[in-house]
Structure formats: structure tokens, C-alpha cells
Design a protein around this ligand. Structure first.
Ligand code: EPU
Length: 416
């Protein structure tokens, strides 16, 4: 196991290049199941989660090869509908093969993901939707076991606009018979990016990015070459790095079209930005306190909550952060407090009393975004910070320590 060592405080300078989006790449990889032709994905980040999804594709009998940032997947000879617990427990997003398997093979044997560090995270909405589309679904020994003659279009109403649920149903519906309408669909940019890719394969989808998506099933989908959108959460994390170190940096490839809520909050807490040729230049100033409430897109993303909390721990005044998406996404609080932050959690709210300085310590990463917040805090903390268990970070941030080193940070990887 590796850890990061950070010597702080640091000033950053220079340019960070944002990689392709993890949460857009993963469903697109699963979408390769829907065709017997090549699916070529460009701008795919080199991450642990992407490797796990590739392993899953191989297990299903597909080919999955990477060359630099390009993935080539071919599912012409897909031979299995089995997604084992071994892989699914490593990465919940494995559930994304459920919809495509039901569409292409008309059967699926997929492990239930179980809970995770940020919440219970059930997949009941995915299962109910596939059932109402004509899937015969049982749960046995921790597995979803499902089959169908052929899925049929249906009106699906989601109680909660679930991101991977919307993606799963969209992928199931593109090859179903008739029309599927998803109401209260997730509007996240990654859902839209998936829809664009599916349309390029010949799918008939309307309304992506809105809360009602309509899909007319077709009999066949073609291969595709598609370039994955840049990662808005990685871009936002670099913005927080500029804020917490009060530095000026350039962020290349930031997907501004998907970042309104993040940009607004950035300015509210004292950041400044200007558009650059291919991204933006951001400047951190005196950090101001604020209120943050996470929400589904286009609201403030839960995946940026922990990073902003690290920043606000150094604000002049008191901030309140409310987490509304996941019930247990404050695991970073105790670790930030070990670095000298003053944060108190009460139910779904955290009260962040700004302190003058953070002081280096050993802290433990518990999930992906929590880990990022600890790295950010480490950049500002005085002395040496060690962030343990950074395998969480490797799941979702490509070469974070290299990118930060290029910006002038003193951060390196060591064996734990
Ligand atoms: N929910 C249910 N039942 C379901 C599905 C969801 O109750 O069947 C609940 C969840 O428990 C949660 C809420 O609905 O409270 C929203 O969950 P959602 O299904 O939207 O989350 P997800 O699809 O599992 C994706 C991202 C997460 C991101 C969330 C919210 C991927 C692979 N994952 O998860 O990304 O936090 O949407 O935006 O796209 C991350 O990258 O660090 C990460 C956790």
C-alpha cells in the first residue's frame, strides 16, 4: 500500500492538464456490450477503476485493450453474463453492466454492490426499472439474477434522480422494443456524454440533460469512436488547490460547460478566474466563509464537498456545509480535524469554523474525494502531512502527485 508525503505549505504555479472523466468513461465502457463492433474511446484516464472495468469486460468475454489514452473494446464474442462479487466489491460502478447485459444477452448475473464508505447506496431503483421493462429479476446469494425474452419500453419514474440508474436504464432501453420514458432522470453531464456516444452508435435518445429522457428502442447498434469529456471534478479539485494555497494556476481542459455551480462557489469563497485558450486561469485569495448544500446536477456536486470543506477550514469565519446526497459522506472531518481544522458535524450538516493554520499530521483516506480533501489540506498545512491508503485516490485521480509536483508542490509517493 502507498501513502503520499506532503511538505507544506506550498505555493503553486504553472499549468495542470485535466484528464478524461472517470464517471463518463465507466458507463461508456459498459455500453460496448451493446454492439458486436469495435468501440474506441479516446481521452480515457489511466485509473484503477478503469482497469477494474476492463477486467470485468474481459471476464464477460469481451476484448479490452488500452494504448495510451485510448481504449478499444470489442464484445463480438461476449460469452458470459456474470459479474462476480470479487470485481463488483472493488468498484460499485460494475453495476453499469446490468442494463447492457439485459439488452444484449437478455440475461444478467451481477453481484449486488453492497454498502460503501459514503453510504448504503442501494441499487433498488436500477432493479425496479429493469423489472418494469419486462426483466424477470431475482436476488439470490447476494446476486441479481435476471433474464428476459426482450426488454420492452416503459415509463420509468425514479424517486431519486440516480446517475448510474439513469445510465443503466438508458443502456437497457436503446435495444428494447418500443419507447422508454425516464422521468426524474439524472441530468449530470456524464449522463449526457453517454447519451451522445449511444446516439453516435445509432441509438434514438431525446431529452438527455433534462429530467425527462425519451428513448426509442432500435434492433442494432453500431461500433463507435468517441472522445470522453474532461473530468469536471478533477478540474474543481485543482481550483480548490489554488484556493487553499492562495496561488494562481492554469487549468487546461476544464469542462466549463459543466462547472457552473463549482465556478460560482469558487468565486463566493474568494477565488477569481478568467478564461484561457483551452480552460481557465484561477487565483486563490483570502478565503471567505460560505454555505454549501450538495444537490443533484446542476446543483453543487457531492463529489466536490470534501475538497471545499478543506478549503473552508482556513476561511475567515464560519461556513456550513450540508450533504444531501449520501448519508455518510463526512468521514474526512475527523481527519481534517487531526490537521488542526475545527469542524463539527451534526446530522447532515457540518459547521466549519475557520482556523488560522493547519499543521501537518498523519491522516487516513477513507474514500476517493475524502482523500483529495486531505491532500489539499496537506498542501496548506505547516510541516509534513502523510496521507495513508491512497489507493482510494488512485481509483479516480490520474497521476495526482505528478500533476501537483509540476505545479511546484512538494508531494511524493512512498510505501506505507
Ligand atoms: N439511490 C437509491 N437507490 C438506487 C440508486 C441510488 O436509493 O437504486 C440513492 C443513493 O443511495 C444516493 C442517491 O440515490 O443517496 C444518489 O445516488 P446515485 O445513484 O446518483 O449515485 P451513483 O450513481 O451510485 C454516481 C457517481 C458518484 C457520485 C454520484 C452522485 C459514478 C460511477 N458514480 O454514483 O461518484 O457521487 O453519482 O453524483 O458515476 C465519485 O466519483 O467519487 C463518486 C462517488
Amino acid at each position: 500500500m502507498d501513502k503520499f508525503v506532503i511538505e507544506g505549505p506550498t505555493k503553486l504555479k504553472g499549468k495542470a492538464v485535466v484528464s478524461g472523466s472517470k464517471n463518463a468513461s465507466l458507463p461508456m465502457m459498459a455500453a460496448a456490450i451493446l454492439t458486436d463492433k469495435d468501440v474506441i474511446l479516446n481521452n480515457v484516464p489511466n485509473l484503477r477503476d478503469i482497469d477494474t472495468m476492463c477486467q470485468l469486460m474481459l471476464k464477460l468475454g469481451c476484448e479490452c485493450e488500452r494504448e495510451d489514452k485510448t481504449l478499444k473494446i470489442n464484445c463480438a464474442n461476449i460469452s458470459s453474463d456474470f459479474a462476480p462479487y470479487d470485481l463488483v466489491r472493488k468498484m460499485r460502478a460494475s453495476i453499469l453492466v446490468f442494463g447492457p447485459l439485459m439488452a444484449r444477452l437478455r440475461s444478467a448475473h451481477v453481484s449486488l454492490p453492497g454498502g460503501c464508505a459514503i453510504g448504503v447506496r442501494p441499487v433498488n431503483l436500477h432493479i425496479n426499472a429493469i423489472r418494469s421493462m419486462g426483466g424477470d429479476v431475482d436476488i439470490e446469494n447476494g446476486y441479481i439474477i435476471a433474464k428476459t425474452e426482450r426488454l420492452r419500453g416503459e415509463t420509468i419514474y425514479f424517486d431519486i434522480p440516480t446517475v448510474t440508474g439513469t445510465e443503466n436504464v438508458m443502456m437497457a432501453a436503446v435495444l428494447a422494443s418500443g419507447k422508454t420514458v425516464i422521468k426524474n432522470a439524472a441530468r449530470e453531464p456524464e449522463v449526457v456524454d453517454l447519451a451522445k456516444m449511444l446516439k453516435k452508435m445509432g441509438a434514438k435518445i431525446e431529452g438527455e440533460g433534462e429530467s425527462v429522457i425519451e428513448i426509442e428502442g432500435v434492433d442494432y447498434l453500431d461500433g463507435v469512436e468517441y472522445t470522453v469529456m474532461p473530468d469536471r471534478i478533477e478540474a474543481g479539485t485543482f481550483m480548490c488547490a489554488a484556493l487553499i494555497t492562495q496561488s494562481e494556476i492554469e487549468i487546461e481542459n476544464a469542462p466549463l460547460f459543466a462547472m457552473d455551480a463549482i465556478l460560482d462557489k469558487f468565486v463566493e469563497v474568494g477565488g477569481e478566474y478568467e478564461l484561457a485558450e483551452n480552460g481557465l486561469i484561477v487565483r486563490g485569495r483570502q478565503i471567505k466563509p460560505t454555505m454549501i448544500k450538495t444537490a443533484v446536477y446542476p446543483g453543487f456536486p457531492t463529489d466536490m464537498q470534501a475538497q471545499f470543506m478543506a478549503v473552508l477550514s482556513l476561511a475567515k469565519g464560519t461556513s456550513i456545509i450540508e450533504e444531501t446526497i449520501f448519508e455518510n459522506r463526512f468521514m474526512h472531518v475527523a481527519e481534517l480535524n487531526r490537521l488542526g481544522a475545527n469542524i463539527v458535524v451534526s446530522g447532515s450538516k457540518a459547521v466549519v469554523e475557520g482556523v488560522d493554520r493547519l499543521i501537518g499530521a498523519s491522516v487516513m483516506a477513507t474514500d476517493l474525494r475524502a482523500s483529495a480533501s486531505l491532500v489539499l489540506a496537506g498542501l496548506a498545512a505547516h510541516g509534513r502531512t502523510e496521507v495513508l491508503r491512497i489507493y482510494h485516490l488512485d481509483r479516480g485521480y490520474e497521476s495526482l502527485e505528478k500533476k501537483l509536483t509540476q505545479l511546484g508542490a512538494k508531494i511524493w509517493r512512498e510505501k506505507q
